[in-house]
Ligand binder design. Structure first.
Ligand code: NDP
Length: 481
């Protein structure tokens, strides 16, 4: 039985969006030397939210120079204890301004307010709190008695978790004594600019954090800049490969967090209702715009029919629509380009012979939308089983034995995450050792914690973010081998 809910819209009046934004360089918002601006829109309505500066070469040079100056003059000379005070202050300001940040994220990205309010922003604050705690304890992190910062970090992030990806990048970099220049994604720059405002409010020394907005070209200029010491990138495997080529032969330290095609494996002894919730969370959370999304569902053959029926029943209850409504489960697709990519790949699924199903749900007239979709009769050769769709689309495959499940889970160029659903602890441990992925969730999915390292194998990239392991990406690491 489904219940009708009255609309419960979050208020837009808690945010104050400027008609245009400059670049945040040396602690100030400045006009771009490029004199170029681009529009950022609300993907749920196609309304223009603001015009944002597009950084050119002179702007990127100025931002790197500001970061270099701040590194030498203040940040690298400051004690860990003093750096921690600033990072704690930033964390507290994020908490204080959490409602505003959640609304801004939802407007610019299209994700449901329930998710930005309950998942993204609390995790953002948690990342700054966690890393503030490390700033004066780095000698106990296992990287030698006196680990040193690297210098200026060039950081490029995607649009799926705009402020959270910023936190994953900036919090460890600052805790370890580096200064940063960060480029947010073209379609979601607004929360990064709000973060710049928070840096000012926290009295962070000028130049420690610089935000340059722009498209891919601005990102390329930043990662290829000769005066950066570290490059941290999250995004597509294709761009990650280009960055790896650009950085090859330089002294820059590199971490890449790229795409995924995770298997969510359900055994016949799994608690089925819990598993269904885990499957839904695994692929429909954030419209499936999640690198570690459980986009391949591997069901043990004996329960496949029952599980697919239960899944379809559950999907009928999801509400798609206004992301600002607190009842909404599925928000808007982030851009028309991403929607076109999802449409192209789902069409290939049908063309290649898989069976497509979606619940009946009305699609709003304006904006970019895609209904939650399930493909059955999928083979491992289908594009929808091999390529990252990055949308609310699930491909269902089956298996008979644990060995077959492992083989199918590993039959992918990616290696980011895996979900295992079974009541047998021994089987979880056996599977966790066999699947080639950086993260393994047991009887749950999409759980994140700043203390837990996140990262991939194979084409999902290398390096870890979060936890003690993540600190190593921003420190000179002694080779003890
Ligand atoms: P991209 O990899 O193109 O973008 C990620 C970031 O890199 C953005 O800030 C982008 O800028 C920037 N960028 C683009 N080209 C370059 C370059 N040559 N050098 C440096 N930086 C660059 O991802 P898209 O946004 O285009 O998404 C494409 C696909 O990537 C998605 O469909 C999805 O499959 C995958 N993806 C995976 C993510 C993950 O978390 N693993 C996250 C996002 C996407 P701009 O946005 O302005 O172009």
């Amino acid at each position: 039985m489904t219940f009708e809910y009255a609309p419960a819209p979050e208020s837009r009046s808690v945010v104050d969006i400027q008609p245009n934004y400059g670049l945040f360089i040396g602690g100030e918002f400045v006009e771009p030397a490029s004199n170029e601006f681009f529009k950022t829109i609300n993907p749920a309505t196609e309304e223009v939210l603001s015009e944002v500066a597009e950084a050119g070469q002179a702007d990127v040079d100025a931002a790197v120079q500001a970061a270099r100056k701040a590194y030498h003059k203040t940040w690298s000379r400051m004690s860990g204890k003093d750096r921690a005070k600033y990072i704690f202050r930033i964390a507290r300001l994020i908490q204080e301004r959490s409602r505003e940040l959640a609304v801004l994220e939802t407007l610019d990205n299209g994700k449901p307010i329930r998710e930005s309010r309950d998942v993204d922003i609390p995790l953002v604050a948690a990342h700054f709190f966690y890393h503030a705690g490390w700033a004066d304890k780095l000698e106990f992190a296992g990287y030698g008695p006196n680990p040193k910062s690297l210098g200026v970090a060039a950081q490029v992030i995607p649009w799926n978790f705009p402020l959270l990806m910023l936190a994953w990048k900036i919090a460890p970099a600052l805790a370890c004594g580096n200064t940063v220049v960060l480029k947010p994604a073209e379609t979601t720059p607004l929360t990064a600019l709000a973060f710049a405002d928070i840096c000012q409010q926290a009295d962070l020394p000028p130049g420690v954090v610089n935000i340059v907005t722009g498209a891919g070209e601005s990102g390329r200029m930043l990662v290829e800049h000769p005066d950066v010491n570290k490059v941290a990138f999250t995004g597509s495997t294709e761009v990650g490969k280009a960055i790896q080529r650009a950085v090859a032969g330089t002294n820059k330290k590199l971490t890449l967090e790229l795409g995924g095609k995770a298997a969510n494996i359900v055994f016949d002894d799994a608690p089925i209702d819990q598993a269904i919730e885990g499957i839904v969370n695994g692929i429909y959370f954030n419209q499936g715009h999640v690198c570690c999304a459980g986009s391949r569902l591997l069901l043990q053959e004996s329960i496949a029919e029952e599980a697919i029926d239960a899944l379809k029943d559950r999907l009928q209850t999801l509400r798609l629509g206004d992301p600002m409504d607190k009842n909404t489960d599925i928000g808007a697709i982030n851009s028309s380009m991403q929607l076109a990519k999802i449409e192209e790949l789902t069409k290939s699924g049908e063309d290649e012979g898989a069976e497509r199903w979606s619940p009946t749900c009305p699609i709003p007239e304006k904006g970019f939308w895609f209904p939650p979709t399930v493909f059955t009769n999928v083979t491992q050769a289908h594009r929808i089983a091999r390529e990252e769709i990055f949308g609310p689309v699930l491909s269902v495959l089956t298996f008979r034995t644990p060995e077959e499940a492992v083989e199918k889970a590993n039959n992918t160029p990616f290696g980011l995450s895996t979900g295992i659903w079974t009541e047998k602890g021994s089987r979880i441990l056996w599977m966790a050792n066999k699947v080639r992925s950086g993260i393994v969730w047991a009887n749950t999915f999409n759980r994140f914690d700043p203390a837990s390292p996140f990262g991939g194998y194979k084409e999902s990239g290398f390096g870890r973010e979060g936890g003690v392991q993540g600190l190593g990406a921003y420190l000179t690491v002694e080779d003890n081998s």
